[in-house]
Design a protein around this ligand. Structure first.
Ligand code: SF4
Length: 186
């Protein structure tokens, strides 16, 4: 059968359209099942939960409340992927359960007491000094100089930035700590 150039273009167009149709139908079905409220507008931000720093697209309503969050497909770190934790960023933004004051429970007590930050910082410093003074080792069992305490550990968080970590390392090492860890590794 002779196929003219015009016939060839028609057949090619029909074939391509037929191949694309299932994809378009699937996309339309997905949009129906998971409406994204896009007309309200989106902003770019970074997931607050860890130092991986995944990019988020956040949609808010007219009062500024988050109504949707999803991975930013253009972000160089995550390319649209997200873990379930970051999808819950809306809950964090509206939660009234976040602690905004220092709460202290004394040994053997069953009650939490509200304290000031000044009290908490002084109390932590006092206990760190007392523990270090009581447990500091200048030499180990073989006579090797170690200048350490193994009674205090330092645990960092994944949201600490490079400057936080630098200062934390300097401070912890200066105290003679050897158990210095990072929450994402344990
Ligand atoms: S918590 Fe998950 S989504 Fe958020 S920055 Fe870390 S890896 Fe990315």
């Amino acid at each position: 059968m002779e196929l003219s150039r015009r016939d060839f273009m028609k057949v090619s167009g029909l074939t391509a359209g037929g191949l694309l149709l299932p994809t378009r139908l699937a996309a339309a079905e997905e949009a129906r099942r998971f409406p994204l409220h896009k007309p309200i507008g989106e902003g770019h931000t970074i997931c607050p939960y860890c130092s991986v720093g995944c990019g988020l697209l956040i949609a808010t309503d007219e009062t500024g409340h988050i109504i949707n969050s999803e991975g930013d497909p253009d972000h160089i770190i995550n390319r649209g992927g997200l873990d379930p934790k970051s999808v819950s960023v809306r809950q964090m933004s509206i939660s009234d359960r976040r602690l905004s004051k220092v709460l202290y429970r004394a040994p053997n007590s069953d009650k939490w007491e509200e304290k000031t930050w000044d009290w908490a910082i002084a109390e932590i410093a006092k206990r760190v000094k007392a523990t270090r003074d009581a447990t500091f080792e200048e030499k180990d069992a073989n006579g090797v100089t170690v200048n350490r305490t193994q009674a205090i550990a330092w645990l960092g968080g994944a949201a600490n930035n490079s400057e936080d970590c630098y200062l934390a390392q300097k401070f912890a090492r200066a105290l003679g700590l050897v158990w210095i860890e990072h929450q994402a590794r344990i």
